[in-house]
Every structure is written in structure tokens, then in C-alpha cells.
Ligand binder design. Structure first.
Ligand code: GLP
Length: 260
């Protein structure tokens, strides 16, 4: 794991965007795994800027989103479909056929999930997976105790996650109870993971994920096992890490060819 601590979320988002942009320049038909929530918004804004001002080309990029609420249609304002088109896709030159987001209205959910996994494989696997983290350590919607080898499937949301996400809905009663999410096993197959976390509210989840034992009670801790995970934090999210000084010195001492 590489831990990158920046003064602000904006700076961390800019580093993340540079990593994604370099990957797209190297491989124009890069496969991106994408996340929703407030955390990746800065990254998405920066990618949009790079597209508009520096011509970053998304015409061949393929994307697979982590998750979607069950029961919300594509155009529901709280659906992750809507979120992704509003906050990212409609601002880029991405082809609609290259965008994949789980279908919250799928009639046969297991069949849909199997197809989603097959489509990811057919695309050659995910090059960079963008991740946020829930306050309980979840990634995608893989709640605590999710299997480390799980694949895309239906999950029941934890009460805490429904409470956390209620801020986007009119009331908590509107927050769906179920979702489709890539599994932890699916996420582990991506070549690179970029985990972003900002703010004090994420400090404990980050401490457990980075320096705690690898345990299903904290799903993001599985990233300790992943061969190329970069954790991009602001000061507040990093505030409970014991080895903060070490992570800073590693980052400061990176040779020029390794810098972002
Ligand atoms: C949701 C998403 C996760 C996201 C998490 C944190 O539960 N399924 O992918 O990481 O929220 O959200 P936020 O970034 O708004 O704190």
C-alpha cells in the first residue's frame, strides 16, 4: 500500500486525476472502475478539467461502476446512474456503449450480476479502480463481514450506511435496503486501486483499513493484500494513522520517475 497524505482533498484529487490521466494516455481504451458518493467528486471535476482544457480523450475509455441501489430507475435523481451522468459522463467525450453501471431494475439479479462480471472480463479487466470508503469500512457496498472472495451480487445495506446516505434523500425511509455491488474478489482483481478518503469522519475507518488487521469486519482492510493500492488522504482522514511521519517521508523521497 502506498499512503499519500495531502493538505486538502483538492490536492489529493489532483494527484488521483494525474494517475488516471497518465493511464489513459498510455492506454486509450483503459478500463476504469468508478465509484459514487461525495468523495470522488473532486477527482471527477479534475478529470473534466483535463478533458476540456488539456484534451484528455475519453472516446475509447470503458467504465464499470461499483454499485447501484436496487429499485431505482436510471433517471431517479438518487440513482448512481443519474449521479455518474450528471457529475462525470455528460461532461466527457465518452461513448454511452462504453459505460457500464449495475441495473437497479434488473428482473433477474443473479443473471445480471453474472453478465456484469463477464463483461468486465471481456473488456480485459479493470485497470484502475476508484474507491471511496464508508464510515464502517465498506468499499462499493460490501458491508462488514462480506466475503473477501465475493463477486458482483445483491447485498443488504447496513443500517449505518442507510443513515450515512440518507443525506442525499428526502428522508431515511426513501433509502433502498438493497443494492447490487461488485464483490471484494472482483475489486481485488483490478490492476490498481485508488482509495480516497477525506475528513475526520473517515479517520477511524482509514486507521483500521491501513494499520488494523485484515478482517472482514473492515472490508477495505483487504486492500493490504492487493498488489497496487494507493491511498489518497487529506490531513483529517490521515489523523489517526500511527505511521503518518513514515508515509510522508516515503512520499517526499520518491524518485522523480515515480512521482505523480
Ligand atoms: C456509498 C458508496 C461507496 C462510497 C461510500 C462513501 O456507500 N456505495 O462507494 O465509498 O458511499 O460515500 P461518501 O464518499 O459520500 O462518504
Amino acid at each position: 500500500m502506498e499512503i499519500v497524505i495531502q493538505k486538502s482533498a483538492e490536492e489529493a484529487a489532483r494527484i488521483g486525476a494525474r494517475i488516471v490521466a497518465r493511464q489513459i494516455q498510455r492506454k486509450p481504451n483503459t478500463v476504469l472502475g468508478l465509484a459514487t458518493g461525495s468523495t470522488p467528486l473532486g477527482l471527477y471535476r479534475e478529470l473534466i478539467r483535463l478533458h476540456r482544457e488539456e484534451g484528455l480523450d475519453f472516446s475509447k475509455v470503458r467504465t464499470f461502476n461499483l454499485d447501484e441501489y436496487i429499485g431505482l430507475s436510471f433517471d431517479h435523481p438518487m440513482s448512481y446512474h443519474h449521479f455518474m451522468w450528471e457529475n462525470l459522463f455528460r461532461h466527457l467525450n465518452i461513448a454511452k456503449k462504453n459505460v457500464h453501471i449495475p441495473d437497479g431494475l434488473a428482473k433477474d439479479v443473479p443473471a445480471f450480476c453474472e453478465r456484469y462480471e463477464k463483461d468486465m472480463k471481456k473488456a480485459g479487466g479493470i485497470d484502475i479502480q476508484v474507491l471511496g470508503i464508508g464510515s464502517d469500512g465498506h468499499i462499493g457496498f460490501n458491508e462488514p463481514t462480506s466475503s473477501f472472495s465475493s463477486r458482483t451480487r445483491i447485498k443488504t445495506l447496513d443500517g449505518q450506511t442507510r443513515k450515512d446516505n440518507a443525506r442525499f434523500f428526502k428522508s431515511i425511509t426513501e433509502v433502498p435496503h438493497h443494492c447490487i455491488t461488485m464483490g471484494i474478489g472482483t475489486i481485488l482483481e483490478s490492476r490498481t486501486c485508488l482509495l480516497f478518503a477525506f475528513g475526520k469522519g473517515k479517520a477511524e475507518a482509514i486507521r483500521e483499513s491501513v494499520e488494523g488487521p485484515m478482517a472482514a469486519m473492515c472490508p477495505a482492510s483487504v486492500l493490504q493484500w492487493h498488489r497496487d493500492t494507493r491511498v489518497l488522504l487529506d490531513e483529517a482522514a490521515a489523523s489517526k494513522l500511527k505511521k503518518r511521519a513514515y508515509y510522508r517521508s516515503v512520499y517526499a523521497g520518491k524518485p522523480a520517475w515515480q512521482q505523480y
